[in-house]
Write a protein that binds this ligand. Structure first.
Ligand SMILES: *[C@@H]1O[C@H](CO)[C@@H](O)[C@H](O)[C@H]1NC(C)=O
Ligand SMILES: *[C@@H]1O[C@H](CO)[C@@H](O)[C@H](O)[C@H]1NC(C)=O
Ligand SMILES: *[C@@H]1O[C@H](CO)[C@@H](O)[C@H](O)[C@H]1NC(C)=O
Ligand SMILES: *[C@@H]1O[C@H](CO)[C@@H](O)[C@H](O)[C@H]1NC(C)=O
Ligand SMILES: CC(=O)N[C@H]1CO[C@H](CO)[C@@H](O)[C@@H]1O
Length: 583
């Protein structure tokens, strides 16, 4: 047992759960499809099924989790249907973050303190290498309360079975709280004799990260002030709070404090269904977290991802000294489509996350293990001076299942279009919707046309467009546009946003910008400028499927662009992706 413990580094991960409380078909933010909640999958349709993104064997997933010499992913799952409902904590393990083995459900409603639901939470490793889960249970009255679970057999390397002791719950909502707005406990951190954890909440219209402290992990006392809150942001789901190093890419244990770290605070905003984070300073003695001036709270804030990405969680991977971020990407098709195809929801590729040298934002990059799936490679280097309207096909790889990394260079930004001052009021997504890849520009649009049919009847462009502001500054917009991703008529219920974010690069000085896209049948997951801006899109082509999908590089701006380097790989599927379904 001791030997096992020594050999087995522990990785913890947490998932976020959502809440259900409305009565007109939308609970919290999950639309409730009572008629579909218990409809099992028939023939599972594989056309848009992802190959190397984590997915449930079938039915519904929403959020990850953690653990031991093995990576453990606990995720919110409906064992009975492909829409939200009947939520349990499903459990998969992996040695490499690529291949996954499904285990029996770890936590499911069974006791008075969670009989009406087992929602999201986190894991913490206690001293002596003992993992513990904190989660939100819904009790008999459907109050949201925080409970814990521990492994039944700590010597079982898979930690298959979890026990929810009878001294639960640990924390119940206080009398001044709304018991339907109190959920998603974080990984706890230790400082100066006390454990701390956060629970997401809301008071009036303000989002709240309630702070609790404990000496023994059993008795928790609410601190006088929340660790953080922000007006008019609504319910805060899935808070995450962790240190990042001021220097280098290494991740830090969640309890690290000191002069050489900053802290990142993230919430999933129920009202927008997007996530926002701030970078700031945490003083454990006074229990104050202060975001830096450069990172505002709420809807104006920074985002880990400007696409389909929610309920994310980070964990510290002590075996490789890195912090890993893992988000959940929902489907963009309809509930009926999900029921027909028999599954819904995937996990984004796990991303290593660290502080940008500027200190103003984080950088994210797919974990290095993903590269083990790279197969056939194609290089297209030094495509000089691609003029407006130029389209170059990347041949020789499986374009529906690929990893592509391209660097563009530009001679000059003189032709950059003017940034209309009225757009200051718009978000990036609205600007992208006005300036799509088929709207010719000055510097850009240039980028990749992914999941494309041969004649571009369907394609999902991922591209840059450079603007010049009144102050003569450049603004670089990154778009991942789903509008033209499918020939299915627009009246079919499907979400086709022109996802976009700005990229904080000095293109006038650097004269180059990189783009990496992970393409996986119904996923286009992209990383601009080494991970400064990331966008995950879910799309459902009808022609650009399997071997008929194509990949192009394009320029639709008057300023010629050069492809300095382009490397593209066919991606293999992992050997094992939860096929061993035993529950
Ligand atoms: C605990 O797990 C270990 C390792 O798998 C196993 O050998 C042992 O029999 C288990 N103990 C119990 C009580 O199930
Ligand atoms: C408590 O929260 C629920 C869920 O957000 C909401 O529907 C309800 O109106 C709230 N109750 C009060 C008294 O504010
Ligand atoms: C999931 O998909 C729907 C559209 O189908 C979208 O409106 C919603 O905001 C998405 N995101 C989350 C986090 O639920
Ligand atoms: C480039 O612009 C032309 C003209 O609008 C359009 O037909 C074409 O589809 C655009 N290319 C891409 C990749 O969007
Ligand atoms: C409020 C509510 O829905 N309570 C339910 C909690 O679960 C018990 C046992 O399944 C039900 O009997 C309650 O109706």
């Amino acid at each position: 047992m001791d030997i096992l413990r020594k050999l087995a580094p522990v990785f913890l991960f947490a998932s976020c759960v959502f809440l259900i409380t409305d009565n007109n078909g939308v609970e919290g933010s999950h639309r409730i499809y009572s008629r579909l909640q218990n409809v099992p999958a028939g023939e599972v349709n594989q056309v848009h099924r992802t190959a190397y993104h984590f997915q449930p064997p079938k039915h519904w997933i929403n959020g990850p989790m953690f653990f031991n010499g093995f990576y453990h992913l606990f995720y919110q799952y409906n064992p009975k249907g492909s829409v939200w409902g009947n939520i349990v904590w499903a459990h998969s393990v992996s040695k490499d973050l690529i291949n996954w083995e499904a285990l029996p459900n770890a936590i499911f409603p069974s006791k008075s303190f969670d009989i009406n639901g087992t929602w999201s939470g986190s894991t913490t490793i206690l001293p002596g290498n003992r993992p513990i889960i904190l989660y939100t249970g819904l009790d008999n009255d459907k109050r949201q309360i925080q409970s814990y679970a521990v492994p039944v057999n700590i010597s079982d390397p898979y930690l298959r079975e979890w026990d929810k002791p009878d001294d639960n719950p640990l924390v119940v909502p206080s009398s001044d709280m709304n018991a339907s707005q109190f959920r998603d406990p974080t990984t706890a951190w230790w400082h100066n004799g006390h454990w701390r954890m956060l629970v997401g909440g809301k008071r009036k219209k303000s989002g709240m990260a309630w702070l609790y402290r404990s000496i023994d992990f059993k008795h928790w006392i609410k601190a006088k002030h929340p660790l953080h809150s922000a007006p008019l942001t609504g319910m805060w789901e899935c808070p995450d709070f962790f240190p990042v190093s001021l220097h280098g890419k290494n991740g830090l244990d969640t309890s690290r404090v000191g002069n050489d770290v900053k802290h990142v605070f993230k919430v999933s905003l129920d009202e927008t269904r997007y996530e926002y984070y701030t970078v700031g300073q945490y003083e454990p003695e006074t229990e104050v977290y202060e975001p830096d001036k450069t990172s505002p709270d709420g809807r104006e804030g920074l985002r880990f991802d400007y696409g389909n990405f929610y309920a994310s969680k980070t964990f510290f991977d002590s075996s490789k000294n890195r912090r890993i971020l893992w988000g959940w990407a929902n489907e963009s098709d309809s509930a009926d489509d999900d029921t027909a195809k028999g599954w819904a929801g995937i996990q984004a590729i796990p991303r290593t996350l660290w502080l940008d040298p500027s200190g103003k934002q984080v950088l994210q990059w797919p974990v290095e293990e993903l590269e083990t799936l790279r197969g056939q490679k194609v290089d297209l280097n030094d495509i000089k001076n691609m003029r407006q309207g130029k389209l170059v096909q990347v041949k020789g790889i499986t374009a529906a299942q690929a990893d592509v990394d391209v660097t563009f260079t530009l001679e000059s930004l003189d032709k950059a279009e003017e940034f209309d001052p009225n757009w200051e009021k718009l978000d990036a997504e609205s600007v992208c919707a006005l300036k799509r890849s088929n709207v010719p520009g000055g510097v850009g649009p240039f980028g990749l046309a992914t999941l494309a049919s041969q004649n571009l009847e369907e394609f999902t462009p991922v591209f840059f467009r450079v603007f010049k502001t009144k102050e003569n500054k450049h603004k670089v917009l990154m778009c991942s546009d789903a509008k033209s991703s499918t020939l299915r008529p627009f009246d079919i219920k499907q979400y086709r946003p022109s996802f976009a974010g700005y990229v904080d690069v000095d293109l006038a000085a650097e004269k180059k910008i990189s783009l990496r896209s992970l393409i996986d049948h119904s996923v286009v997951e992209s990383f601009a400028a080494g991970g400064k801006t990331c966008i995950l899109s879910r799309v459902y082509p009808t022609l650009a499927i399997k071997d008929d999908a194509q990949l192009f590089v394009f320029n639709n701006g008057t300023e010629p662009v050069t492809v300095q380097t382009l490397a593209a790989w066919s991606m293999n599927a992992p050997k094992q992706m939860n096929q061993n379904l035993e529950f």
